[in-house]
Design a protein around this ligand. Structure first.
Ligand code: DGL
Length: 358
């Protein structure tokens, strides 16, 4: 004889006290997936002692970087990939093209919310601006670095990394272009520049200001970046295996045209002059630059001065000479934009539009 126990739904409810389902444990809010791409730099550097100035960049791998900041696991599910492990003074086109390709692959993946890139400080502004022009997504791509190696007394890398993950995981970072997070400040890729060889507060955005700040993972955004970027950009690396040569030449007292002519002879398809004042140079140098412009070398006047726009036709007649004015871009970023522009055109007027819009 078998006893059939029929427990009515009501009594089930009484037992579980809910809708009949065992009370689900409070689900933790889902945290986003962030992929960390490591390229090297001092953030991955090491020194023999914690107080010596000398150190070697690119000594620590991406897994060690992730392991060094376990607190970041509360902010995001992370996985790391090693793109390179170099001091960024050695940054090169091969790494740039590999990095840009991988970022675009990752941001196209539905489960990836954003990307953090660890990098050296020497050329981070160039890499960030390059990615700002070729990444095709609104998802956050955040670069970070450090001025002191991981072995240093008061190393700045771990908190910079934590904050970079926090910004990349922050929904408010979406659509603000490529960002650089260093020392509690959130910079736009087109605006930041390195201003000190040693200070941790080295990065400034002197002309157009910060995008926001982040303190112990809590970010505040003030504004978007100036200029077109990422998902709005008309530049693409599809099918690109090399970038045109563009050289930068510093203007100075008593300058002649020798280096301008040498750049063209070396195969430069563009020349950026880090001019004195508002992108100025001596008469002999102007003559040499104009001669190269007539031969099809695209010539951009930028400035060695820390802030201020370089406008068209101020002390030089750009219309007559065929020059491009760099507007808000410093020489190293002017070179980045000009290299990508030369993939599309060598028309100075069209390239001037790029400098006005990007
Ligand atoms: N070694 C230089 C670089 O990798 C500077 C150090 C740093 O990353 O701050 O950019």
């Amino acid at each position: 004889k078998r006893t059939l126990v029929v427990v009515g739904l009501a009594s089930c409810l009484a037992m579980t006290g809910t809708s009949g389902l065992a009370a689900a444990p409070q689900a933790k809010p889902a945290i986003p997936t962030i992929v960390v791409l490591a390229t090297g730099g001092t953030i991955a550097g090491a020194a023999a002692t914690d107080t010596q100035a000398g150190y070697t960049s690119g000594q620590v791998g991406v897994d060690q970087l992730l392991a060094a900041v376990p607190q970041a696991k509360k902010l995001a599910n992370m996985r790391g990939e090693q793109i390179s492990n170099i001091g960024s003074q050695d940054m090169n086109d091969e790494v740039w093209l590999k990095l840009a390709k991988r970022v675009n692959e990752l941001v196209a993946m539905p489960d990836v919310a954003g990307v953090v890139i660890t990098h050296g400080t020497d050329t981070i502004e160039e890499t960030a601006y390059f990615l700002n022009l070729v990444v095709k997504s609104k998802k956050p791509v955040v670069l970070t670095a450090s001025m002191r190696p991981s072995t240093a007394l008061s190393a700045d890398g771990p908190l910079n990394f934590f904050n970079a993950v926090a910004v990349a995981a922050n929904q408010d970072a979406v659509g603000r272009g490529v960002l650089v997070v260093i020392n509690d400040w959130i910079h736009g890729a087109s605006s930041l520049t390195k201003t000190s060889t040693t200070a941790v507060q080295t990065f400034m955005s002197p002309l157009r200001g910060l995008i926001g700040t982040v303190a112990y993972g809590v970010a505040e955004f003030y504004r978007g970046p100036v200029g077109k970027h990422t998902f709005e950009s008309e530049f693409s690396l599809d099918g690109v295996t090399s970038l045109p040569r563009v050289d930068i030449i510093m203007a100075h007292e008593n300058m002649d045209g020798a280096l301008i002519d040498a750049a063209a002879a070396a195969g430069a398809r563009g020349v950026v002059v880090a001019g004195v004042g508002n992108g100025n140079l001596t008469a002999p140098a102007v003559k040499a630059l104009a001669a190269q412009a007539t031969k099809g070398v695209v010539c951009v006047r930028s400035t060695r001065v820390a802030t201020g726009l370089v406008g068209r036709n101020v002390e030089l007649d750009d219309d007559k000479l065929g020059f491009v004015a760099s507007m808000g871009l410093n020489p190293q970023k002017s070179r980045v934009l000009l290299r990508l522009a030369l993939l599309k055109t060598k028309d100075a007027k069209e390239i001037q539009r790029y400098f006005i819009q990007y």
